[in-house]
Design a protein around this ligand. Structure first.
Ligand SMILES: C[S@@+](CC[C@H](N)C(=O)[O-])C[C@H]1O[C@@H](n2cnc3c(N)ncnc32)[C@H](O)[C@@H]1O
Length: 229
């Protein structure tokens, strides 16, 4: 039996609670299996939304995640402590982990940890560090224990008006001196506010258009935002 075939009690519980699917994605000539909810819409929780407008966006695989994951197939990662923010299904982290990179996965939605656990098994990978990592919380004192990272990555994390300021602060509180930050953004309206917030914190920006076609052949429009200080 391979890791992909293991049915854990957690997986059975997730399959009882949600309609799920397993997708096979081809990235840089390699297959990644993603066990995920069949429909993010079915996961909408009114209590979550009333509390902090939280929607289950984590449960979709967004096109920008594929762009970031493909880039992480060849990006220099050796010796770096890496953080994925707003990871959702954490595709880029799975790629980095498969390359034996030192990556920590964060998201604010508790179910992301459960699906990460199952996707590590589905791809025959060992455990990965995971933390909630809510950008809305000021971590100036370092109380979260998350620490600082040499490379911070994220995809499609700028879709709400409060996110540019929150995310810039979160990144700054977890970036080591000389860190590189790579955000793949599908041309959302909050991009310039985020770049401005990062500039105010002293980060320089290099912006580069992503390929207009995903590996799957679907059209894509977006950019790599790379910040350094
Ligand atoms: C559009 S989804 C993108 C998910 C994934 N990066 C991708 O590209 O497929 C945005 C992600 O940001 C997470 N997120 C939103 N607000 C957050 C916050 N305040 N703190 C941490 N994560 C947050 C969501 O749970 C979700 O996983």
């Amino acid at each position: 039996m391979t890791g992909a075939d293991v049915v854990t009690p957690l997986r059975e519980e997730l399959e009882r609670r949600f309609r799920t699917v397993t997708r096979e994605l081809e990235l840089a000539g390699r297959t990644i299996r993603l066990f995920m909810p069949a429909s993010a819409e079915e996961l909408i929780d009114e209590a979550d939304f009333d509390r902090d407008e939280r929607l289950p966006y984590w449960a979709d695989l967004w096109p920008s995640a594929r762009v970031l994951a493909l880039a992480m197939h060849s990006h220099a990662i050796e010796g770096k402590r890496i953080l994925e923010i707003g990871a959702g299904l954490a595709l880029a982290s799975l790629v980095i982990h498969r390359r034996a990179g030192d990556v920590t996965v964060t998201d604010w939605h508790p179910l992301t940890e459960a699906f990460l656990h199952e996707n590590l098994l589905a791809n025959g990978l060992g455990p990965l560090p995971y933390q909630p990592g809510n950008w809305a919380l000021d971590d100036a004192s370092g109380a979260s224990g998350l620490g600082r990272f040499d490379l911070i990555i994220g995809s499609d994390v700028l879709y709400e008006r409060q996110q540019p300021a929150q995310l810039a602060r979160f990144i700054d509180q977890h970036a080591s001196a000389g860190a590189e930050i790579i955000i793949v953004d599908p041309d959302r309206g909050n991009r310039s506010a985020f770049c401005q917030a990062m500039a105010t914190l002293g980060y320089g920006l290099h912006m580069q258009a992503a390929s207009r076609t995903l590996e799957s052949g679907e059209a894509y429009k977006g950019r790599f935002l790379t910040f350094t200080r």
